[in-house]
Design a protein around this ligand. Structure first.
Ligand code: CAA
Length: 242
């Protein structure tokens, strides 16, 4: 795997930050995409030496330009990690069209936008790893997250369909379904909801760590993981079994 190029979307914060660092430590040349937080991205770059690329994953043309820049700088992308994602939680009866559409654009349309840019190169080189981040909430559903649960279930359907199309081309397509991980996204959940409605449902009795998800991604990215495709790897502390 030494020298393979990996692009991690949303790769400067939260789970994505740990994935970028984990892949770098495993010997990949990593590019970390981010959406808008320049201060955090620059701090991440200074701390890790991983180059950062600002573009909006929900914008097809911006993605095309951004991926082109990554490939010009680092070489063809061998490993794509579709990690960028947002929440806009609200009970459905109060959800706005904007909350619905922002989650769909960032969490679902990004799968098309990114993967479409790298698939031809992966097919022509007969190697690729496409790993997308789903969620336990896309598997079991979650109060306040009809948009996010729908989007994260879509990640699984996308993964399975594309896995069939690419299986004969040396490209694997998998996803990881994290449970509740100690990141800013989860810490934004009201504390009493987290303490009373969520943590008691996690049999290991704690939130996960971003590094525990990065480990799953590195496993699926490896050259010798070629017989695993179309899979969803659950890492949720026992909260949900599939
Ligand atoms: N299960 C059952 N009931 C719940 C609930 C839950 N998970 N969450 C909230 N409720 C109930 C509340 O107890 C409350 O009931 P009462 O009126 O009887 O007291 C009612 O729903 C309204 O709750 P709020 O007062 O919190 O209402 P709100 O409108 O201010 O907020 C909400 C609603 C936005 C859904 C808020 O409860 C919330 O943010 N919940 C957490 C949603 C969540 O888990 N998001 C995950 C974010 S992390 C993530 O997405 C990463 C990942 O992949 C795992």
């Amino acid at each position: 795997m030494a020298g393979r190029v990996a692009l991690v979307t949303g790769g400067t914060r939260g789970i994505g930050e740990a994935i970028s660092i984990g892949l770098k430590e495993a010997g990949y040349k990593v590019a970390a995409n981010y959406g808008g937080n320049d201060a955090k991205a620059n701090a991440f770059k200074d701390a890790t030496g991983i180059p950062v690329y600002r573009f909006d994953v929900s914008d097809f043309d911006a993605v095309k330009a951004g991926v082109g820049q990554v490939e010009a700088d680092l070489g063809p992308i061998d490993v794509l990690v579709n990690n960028a994602g947002i929440t806009r939680d609200a009970p459905f009866h109060r959800m706005t069209a904007e909350q619905w559409s922002e989650v769909m654009q960032t969490n679902v349309n990004s799968l098309f936008n990114l993967t479409r840019q790298v698939i031809d190169g992966m097919r022509s080189r007969s190697f690729g790893r496409i790993i997308s981040i789903s969620s336990v909430n896309g598997q079991k559903g979650q109060f306040g997250q009809t948009n996010y649960s729908a989007a994260k279930a879509a990640v699984i359907g996308f993964t399975r369909a594309l896995a069939l199309e690419t299986a004969s081309k040396g490209i694997t397509v998998n996803c990881v379904a994290p449970g509740y991980i100690a990141t800013e996204m989860v810490m934004a959940v009201p504390k009493d909801v987290l303490d009373k409605k969520i943590i008691p449902l996690i049999p290991v009795g704690r939130l996960g760590q971003a590094e525990e998800i990065a480990r799953c991604v590195a496993f699926l990215a490896a050259d010798d993981a070629g017989f695993i495709t179309g899979a969803t790897l659950d890492a949720n502390g026992g909260q949900w079994f599939t």
